[in-house]
Write a protein that binds this ligand. Structure first.
Ligand code: FES
Length: 212
């Protein structure tokens, strides 16, 4: 990474000789740019994208905007709320888009009436196209996630983009990161400790591979 940034710096401030770039410096810049382009396909860009936290080892409450914990027995079918995760003691940090998740109880036809966590989904709200915040729309004829910026549409059942620019991106960047949930004997819903990798719960802003 340091190599990349030093190359980029040298591109931004080309050496000057009498107000002009010398032929030798120009050739050096061309060689550097060629090296960067050579390595781009091998860089794991997911590792450089921000994530809300490092490892979280304990389950956490699904805390609704009113401060209560989501409960299977009371959360309405075909309804969604924005939830902050992982939540910190710092209100400024809690406003980061990369901590914002859409907690959805599926519509009835997709299994939302089941009395278990299978009727819920929790996806990152960061659109996989250019990182606007999408949300779930429960109205008849919609019942999907919609991004207001360029119209990407997300399937509430899987988190996969099925229309718009995010749907044209290659896996894993066409499927939203998703958190795993569990419920206790009282129906309270909890978030299981995540695995922030494309093959696990996904990387926020980057995507997730759909499991078979
Ligand atoms: S940022 Fe969501 S569609 Fe472009």
């Amino acid at each position: 990474m340091r190599f990349l940034s030093s190359v980029m710096m040298s591109q931004q401030t080309p050496p000057n000789v009498g107000g002009k770039v010398s032929r030798r410096d120009f050739l050096k810049l061309m060689a550097a740019a060629g090296t960067v382009l050579t390595f781009i396909p091998f860089v794991d860009w997911g590792k450089f994208l921000p994530n809300p936290a490092g490892q979280v080892s304990e389950r956490a409450k699904v805390e609704l905007p009113d401060g209560s914990q989501a409960n299977i027995n009371s959360f309405p079918v075909n309804h969604a709320e924005a939830v902050i995760y992982p939540k910190t003691d710092d209100p400024a940090l809690n406003k980061e888009a990369f901590r914002t998740w859409q907690f959805i109880r599926l519509p009835e036809e997709l299994g939302g009436s089941n009395n278990g966590v299978s009727s819920f989904r929790m996806y990152s709200m960061v659109c996989l196209h250019l990182w606007c915040l999408w949300k779930y729309w429960p109205e008849p004829g919609r019942k999907r996630g919609e991004c207001p910026c360029h119209g990407s549409l997300y399937d509430p059942l899987t988190g996969m983009a099925f229309a718009g620019p995010a749907s044209l991106q290659s896996p894993p960047s066409n499927v939203l990161p998703m958190l795993d949930l569990e419920a206790d004997q009282n129906g309270a819903v909890w978030i299981k400790p995540p695995n922030w990798s494309p093959n696990g719960n996904g990387v926020v802003g980057f995507g997730r591979y759909l499991k078979e």
